[in-house]
Design a binder for this molecule. Structure first.
Ligand SMILES: [Zn+2]
Length: 163
Protein backbone atom coordinates (compact mmCIF):
# COMPACT_ATOMS: atom_id res chain seq x y z
CA UNK A 1 0.00 0.00 0.00
CA UNK A 2 1.11 3.51 -0.67
CA UNK A 3 -0.02 7.06 -0.19
CA UNK A 4 -0.52 8.58 -3.63
CA UNK A 5 -0.08 12.21 -4.60
CA UNK A 6 -3.39 14.08 -4.62
CA UNK A 7 -4.15 15.99 -7.81
CA UNK A 8 -5.32 19.54 -7.32
CA UNK A 9 -7.44 22.09 -9.09
CA UNK A 10 -7.05 23.02 -11.97
CA UNK A 11 -5.40 19.79 -13.21
CA UNK A 12 -7.21 18.48 -16.30
CA UNK A 13 -7.94 15.00 -14.97
CA UNK A 14 -10.31 16.51 -12.40
CA UNK A 15 -12.47 17.89 -15.21
CA UNK A 16 -12.62 14.69 -17.27
CA UNK A 17 -15.44 12.16 -17.26
CA UNK A 18 -13.81 8.99 -15.96
CA UNK A 19 -13.58 5.73 -17.89
CA UNK A 20 -15.80 2.94 -16.57
CA UNK A 21 -14.19 0.31 -14.36
CA UNK A 22 -14.26 -2.96 -16.32
CA UNK A 23 -11.75 -5.20 -14.54
CA UNK A 24 -12.57 -6.40 -11.06
CA UNK A 25 -9.25 -7.96 -10.20
CA UNK A 26 -6.35 -7.79 -7.76
CA UNK A 27 -5.11 -4.56 -9.37
CA UNK A 28 -8.41 -2.87 -8.53
CA UNK A 29 -8.20 -4.17 -4.97
CA UNK A 30 -4.65 -2.80 -4.62
CA UNK A 31 -5.68 0.52 -6.12
CA UNK A 32 -8.55 0.84 -3.63
CA UNK A 33 -6.19 0.02 -0.74
CA UNK A 34 -3.94 2.87 -1.91
CA UNK A 35 -6.93 5.18 -2.22
CA UNK A 36 -8.05 4.43 1.34
CA UNK A 37 -4.52 5.01 2.62
CA UNK A 38 -4.25 8.29 0.71
CA UNK A 39 -7.66 9.41 1.99
CA UNK A 40 -6.88 8.63 5.63
CA UNK A 41 -3.45 10.26 5.32
CA UNK A 42 -5.13 13.45 4.09
CA UNK A 43 -7.85 13.16 6.75
CA UNK A 44 -10.60 13.07 4.16
CA UNK A 45 -13.89 11.14 4.21
CA UNK A 46 -13.91 10.29 0.51
CA UNK A 47 -11.50 10.06 -2.41
CA UNK A 48 -12.17 9.50 -6.11
CA UNK A 49 -9.72 8.07 -8.65
CA UNK A 50 -9.31 11.36 -10.58
CA UNK A 51 -7.93 12.81 -7.34
CA UNK A 52 -4.90 10.58 -7.68
CA UNK A 53 -4.58 11.29 -11.39
CA UNK A 54 -6.62 8.38 -12.78
CA UNK A 55 -9.53 9.10 -15.08
CA UNK A 56 -11.67 6.27 -13.72
CA UNK A 57 -15.20 6.05 -12.34
CA UNK A 58 -14.20 4.85 -8.90
CA UNK A 59 -14.27 6.20 -5.36
CA UNK A 60 -13.72 5.11 -1.79
CA UNK A 61 -15.27 6.63 1.30
CA UNK A 62 -15.44 6.27 5.07
CA UNK A 63 -17.91 8.73 6.50
CA UNK A 64 -20.01 8.43 9.66
CA UNK A 65 -19.94 4.62 9.63
CA UNK A 66 -20.46 4.22 5.89
CA UNK A 67 -17.28 2.69 4.51
CA UNK A 68 -17.42 1.51 0.93
CA UNK A 69 -15.83 1.18 -2.47
CA UNK A 70 -17.94 2.36 -5.39
CA UNK A 71 -17.07 1.48 -8.97
CA UNK A 72 -19.18 3.02 -11.74
CA UNK A 73 -21.26 5.01 -9.24
CA UNK A 74 -24.60 6.62 -10.00
CA UNK A 75 -26.95 8.63 -7.84
CA UNK A 76 -30.31 7.02 -8.57
CA UNK A 77 -32.52 8.97 -6.14
CA UNK A 78 -32.36 12.12 -4.06
CA UNK A 79 -34.72 13.72 -1.61
CA UNK A 80 -34.99 16.86 0.49
CA UNK A 81 -32.40 19.54 0.94
CA UNK A 82 -29.42 20.32 3.16
CA UNK A 83 -27.26 23.37 3.27
CA UNK A 84 -23.88 23.01 4.91
CA UNK A 85 -20.18 23.37 4.39
CA UNK A 86 -18.35 21.24 1.90
CA UNK A 87 -14.68 21.01 1.00
CA UNK A 88 -12.43 18.95 -1.24
CA UNK A 89 -8.94 17.50 -0.86
CA UNK A 90 -8.23 18.68 -4.41
CA UNK A 91 -9.11 22.26 -3.53
CA UNK A 92 -7.11 22.49 -0.29
CA UNK A 93 -10.20 21.73 1.85
CA UNK A 94 -11.27 25.36 1.53
CA UNK A 95 -14.87 25.20 2.73
CA UNK A 96 -17.95 26.70 1.13
CA UNK A 97 -21.62 26.36 1.91
CA UNK A 98 -23.34 24.28 -0.75
CA UNK A 99 -26.97 23.23 -1.04
CA UNK A 100 -27.44 19.54 -1.79
CA UNK A 101 -30.25 17.02 -1.38
CA UNK A 102 -30.58 15.67 2.19
CA UNK A 103 -30.82 12.03 1.16
CA UNK A 104 -29.18 10.18 -1.68
CA UNK A 105 -29.29 6.63 -2.97
CA UNK A 106 -26.07 5.37 -4.52
CA UNK A 107 -25.90 2.54 -7.03
CA UNK A 108 -22.45 1.12 -7.74
CA UNK A 109 -20.36 -2.02 -8.15
CA UNK A 110 -18.17 -3.48 -5.42
CA UNK A 111 -14.69 -5.01 -5.78
CA UNK A 112 -16.21 -8.19 -7.22
CA UNK A 113 -18.30 -6.31 -9.74
CA UNK A 114 -21.56 -6.96 -7.87
CA UNK A 115 -24.07 -4.10 -8.10
CA UNK A 116 -25.37 -2.72 -4.81
CA UNK A 117 -27.46 0.19 -3.62
CA UNK A 118 -26.91 2.18 -0.46
CA UNK A 119 -28.88 5.04 1.02
CA UNK A 120 -27.51 7.81 3.19
CA UNK A 121 -28.65 11.00 4.82
CA UNK A 122 -26.82 14.20 5.70
CA UNK A 123 -23.01 14.17 5.55
CA UNK A 124 -22.52 10.71 3.97
CA UNK A 125 -25.20 11.54 1.38
CA UNK A 126 -23.19 14.65 0.57
CA UNK A 127 -20.10 12.44 0.20
CA UNK A 128 -21.96 10.10 -2.22
CA UNK A 129 -22.80 13.07 -4.43
CA UNK A 130 -19.44 14.81 -4.10
CA UNK A 131 -17.48 11.66 -5.02
CA UNK A 132 -19.83 10.63 -7.83
CA UNK A 133 -19.40 14.14 -9.23
CA UNK A 134 -15.60 13.60 -9.26
CA UNK A 135 -16.14 10.49 -11.40
CA UNK A 136 -18.06 12.67 -13.86
CA UNK A 137 -15.41 15.40 -13.95
CA UNK A 138 -17.24 17.80 -11.66
CA UNK A 139 -15.90 19.56 -8.58
CA UNK A 140 -18.06 20.91 -5.76
CA UNK A 141 -17.01 24.42 -6.71
CA UNK A 142 -18.67 23.91 -10.11
CA UNK A 143 -22.00 24.02 -8.24
CA UNK A 144 -21.23 27.35 -6.57
CA UNK A 145 -22.29 30.74 -7.88
CA UNK A 146 -19.45 32.41 -9.79
CA UNK A 147 -18.40 34.86 -7.09
CA UNK A 148 -18.26 32.26 -4.35
CA UNK A 149 -16.41 29.86 -6.62
CA UNK A 150 -13.81 32.52 -7.34
CA UNK A 151 -13.44 33.21 -3.63
CA UNK A 152 -12.72 29.54 -2.89
CA UNK A 153 -10.15 29.36 -5.72
CA UNK A 154 -8.48 32.57 -4.57
CA UNK A 155 -8.20 31.31 -1.00
CA UNK A 156 -6.89 27.94 -2.20
CA UNK A 157 -4.18 29.58 -4.33
CA UNK A 158 -3.19 31.85 -1.49
CA UNK A 159 -2.85 28.93 0.92
CA UNK A 160 -0.74 27.04 -1.63
CA UNK A 161 1.66 29.96 -1.86
CA UNK A 162 2.16 29.94 1.90
CA UNK A 163 3.31 26.35 1.87
ZN1 LIG B 1 -13.44 16.23 -3.67
Amino acid sequence: MAVRKITEYPENVLAEVGEPVTKFDKDLEDLCADMFETMYDAEGVGLAAPQIGLSLRLFVMDCEGIKLIAANPEIVHTEGEQSSQEGCLSVGKVPAVLKRPMKARLKAQDLKGEWFEREAEGYPARAFMHETDHCDGRLFIDHLPKLRREMVIKKFKKEKNWK
